[in-house]
Design a binder for this molecule. Structure first.
Ligand SMILES: [Zn+2]
Length: 239
């Protein structure tokens, strides 16, 4: 596994606004504190989300982009790329692979964070079909598309984007977690980031308790001392 000191840039690819905050905002706050540049690529605008029938659906996408931008600021992230795919209908197409390979070549990250393409039978919500599709396309973009100069050759010929090899992939919610990041010190910023997704979390009175319980269980699973909180990842060597 790469030491954080070897990492200059991280690209987090997610399906929906708020995914990155539920899964990894505490870890990301630690990375940006350490001087690592983190970029978000959000595939859909979450336009099928929310709970309020009174809000016209056309207003949801811009609202959720605004909320995600505010949430990102809580953990030191200011560069967000929205791809605008339709929420709830994402498939791991060649088109999505190309779009993600483009962003990888633009950002040139050492590490990519993306959802697991595997269904996790123990946690239904983590395996939303959009998450699995984005995870599958993102892994294909990491290998082989972004690094192969002859994959989507037009990215190089027309857009001047040279091949790029991502060295490591982190899957939050992976079926076989093998790395636990202590987020005890950044927990408050994770909560603030999630609160910024007002349309999603505004109705959750027990958000902080829910998160504390969830992250405490992850910490225990990872063998951290009592009272600590952790985010869990499956880390893959992709170099
Ligand atoms: Zn999601």
């Amino acid at each position: 596994m790469l030491d954080d000191s070897e990492v200059q840039r991280v690209l987090a690819v997610v399906a929906h606004p708020d995914d990155v905050d539920f899964s990894a905002a505490g870890t990301i706050a630690g990375w940006t504190d350490a001087g690592i540049e983190v970029v978000y690529c959000i595939v859909t605008d979450g336009d099928a989300g929310g709970h309020d029938d009174a809000v016209p659906r056309s207003e949801i996408a811009p609202l959720r982009r605004k909320e995600q931008t505010a949430a990102a600021a809580c953990v030191g992230v200011t560069d967000l790329r929205f791809l605008g795919y339709p929420d709830g209908r994402v498939e791991a197409t060649l088109g999505l692979r190309k779009d993600l390979a483009r962003v990888i070549r633009q950002v040139r990250p050492d590490r990519v964070l993306c959802p697991s393409p595997e269904r996790n039978y123990a946690r239904m919500g983590v395996s939303h079909p959009d998450h699995r599709a984005v995870g599958s396309a993102a892994l294909d973009a990491v290998y082989p598309d972004a690094r192969n100069p002859f994959a989507f050759a037009e990215l190089r010929a027309e857009e001047g984007l040279e091949p790029w090899t991502v060295r490591e992939v982190w899957l939050p919610g992976g079926t076989a977690p093998n790395h636990y990041v202590d987020v005890t010190d950044t927990f408050d910023r994770k909560v603030a980031a999630l609160r910024a997704h007002e349309s999603q979390t505004g109705h959750m009175d027990k958000l902080e308790e829910f998160l504390r319980g969830w992250l405490a269980r992850a910490a225990a699973q990872g063998g951290l001392p009592d009272g600590h909180l952790a985010e869990a990842f499956q880390v893959l060597d992709s170099g």
